[in-house]
Design a protein around this ligand. Structure first.
Ligand code: NG1
Length: 477
């Protein structure tokens, strides 16, 4: 088999994908697509609460070459042999692989699109499958959203091979991002919509403020004289079994906190005040004087954690009902009550303040107040650590070292429990910053003696969102 010359662009990555693909499949006309990962600058665990986030898409992505099939089979292979071949049929209800399997992210996208088109009363019987070869360079389980990049990529491929053009307009992209956020719950996480939205709608040179319900995006230019540097704590935060429960506990605690606030505000005002998410407290449609909302809400919780029975009593429900309404996993099982109880006050405080920090950060960036932006990043980290409890020893050390090394702001990024940090560093200090972190964190603290640390600490450029070309490559077999 031979492949055209221009396939050696991108460090030979296209060639690698086409060769891997052609060794397994026979298609000659190959589409090509990519979906980027992201780094979140600020706004952690706010998205599923209906409050804004401020990420950027990065110049690391998952790419694929693909071809349509005549039947309803989807076959996935990967240039990295760690990810074994997966294949499944398009059917009404696609059974999942075991938790953590990479094929589930593709199933999530396809199931989400099938449900969407069925709801729109479109015939889904004639949808056909595809065969695709993937190649990724986003660090996995590191809070850079490789999972959502894969979901977005599979969705684009599925749409392309079925001649569906949901993703070709801005409105379509917003609709697609929204539906994929829900679709990713298929894998068991109860996350929000940040990752799918930024992977689809990132903008080169810009961070993007994203608001939810309804989804809206607002790009803000990043300063030319500062860099965004990502550093991997090397603690894997794969959202399989244990980390999945750690992650999902937070959305559950937030839903419980919102339910308590809804009851408290409704009792106080003698009518139903519609609060389903913590972010609803910002809504003008609550028709409650804003000052009063915050006085009541800030005083609504006690500091020590709540047991389910106490929350149920506040809500005037039996504990079984409260558990059923707020603590269910996707498979219908009930999330076990943490032995220490649910930390409603702490989660409430983080989420509300973090939402405000996002607004302030966008303003700081837009007015050129870089140091103000850095301070907000630092405050966000402290809140993630103390109130949301998603940091760990290694992240703490890395953030501390990064600040000593000259970062204007440094914080954990993404879901937490490991993964990466993001630091804002003046361009002319990047080299010495990276060198200092390598010495102090990787060599001294983690005792690593890698020859090259380039896959663990690297500056990122803000990149465009996902793209697809249905017939981008012609493989000469
Ligand atoms: P990552 O870091 O990709 O696991 C998760 C959620 C986001 C958001 C962040 C925390 C998914 C797919 N992603 O991101 O929606 O809640 O955590 O800010 O669940």
């Amino acid at each position: 088999m031979s492949v055209p010359e221009d396939m050696d662009r991108d460090g030979g990555r296209h060639r690698k994908m086409v060769e891997t693909h052609s060794a397994r499949f026979h298609s000659r006309e190959l589409g090509i697509a990519r979906a980027p990962g992201r780094v979140n600058l600020i706004g952690e665990h706010t998205d599923y609460n209906g409050l804004p986030v401020f990420p950027m898409a990065v110049d690391r992505d998952i790419a694929a070459v693909f071809a349509p099939r005549k039947d309803r089979q989807i076959i996935l292979i990967n240039t990295d042999p760690v990810f074994a071949e997966r294949s499944f049929q398009i059917e009404e209800s696609i059974p999942s692989y075991s938790t953590g399997d990479w094929g589930n992210y593709c199933k999530a996208a396809v199931q989400g699109l099938l449900d969407f088109f069925r709801q729109k009363r479109r015939s889904v019987d004639r949808f056909r499958g595809f065969e695709a070869t993937f190649d990724g360079n986003i660090p996995s389980a590191a809070g850079m959203s490789s999972s959502s990049a894969l979901v977005v990529l599979c969705a684009l491929i599925f749409l392309a091979v079925n001649d569906l053009d949901l993703h070709t307009t801005v409105e379509g992209k917003l609709e697609l991002a929204d539906l994929l956020a829900g679709a990713e719950h298929y894998v068991g996480t109860q996350g929000g919509g940040m990752d799918q939205a930024i992977s689809l709608m990132g903008r080169s040179g810009h961070a993007v403020k994203i608001d939810f319900f309804p989804l809206q995006i607002r790009p803000a230019p990043l300063p030319d004289d500062y860099s965004i540097v990502v550093a991997d704590s090397t603690v894997k935060a794969a959202k399989t079994a244990e980390a999945l429960d750690k992650y999902n506990r937070r959305p559950i605690e937030c839903r419980l906190a919102a339910a308590v606030l809804k009851k408290t505000l409704s009792d106080r005002f003698g009518r139903e005040v519609p609060v389903a998410l913590l972010g609803d407290l910002n809504e003008h449609r609550l028709a409650v004087p804003e000052g009063e909302i915050w006085t009541i809400a800030d005083a609504a919780f006690h500091e020590h954690p709540y047991h389910l029975e106490e929350i149920a009593a506040i809500l005037g429900q039996k504990p079984e009902k409260t558990a059923h309404l707020y603590c269910q996993r996707r498979d219908g099982t009930i999330f076990p009550q943490p032995t220490e109880g649910f930390k409603l006050q702490q989660r409430y405080r983080h989420v509300i303040d973090e939402g405000r920090r996002v607004e302030q950060s966008v303003q700081a960036l837009e007015t050129g107040d870089i140091h103000g932006f850095g301070r907000l990043m630092n405050r966000s980290h402290e809140s993630c650590r103390d109130l949301y409890e998603i940091s760990c020893q290694e992240l703490e050390r890395l953030v501390q070292i990064s600040r000593e090394a000259g970062a204007v702001g440094s914080r954990l990024t993404g879901a937490g429990f490991g993964g990466c940090t993001v630091s804002l560093v003046e361009n002319n200090r990047v080299e010495s910053f990276v060198e200092h972190v390598i010495q102090a964190f990787y060599r001294h603290y983690l005792k690593r003696d890698d020859r090259d640390f380039g896959s663990l600490i690297f500056p990122c450029r803000a990149a465009d969102g996902a793209s697809i070309d249905r017939a981008g490559i012609r493989a000469e077999i």
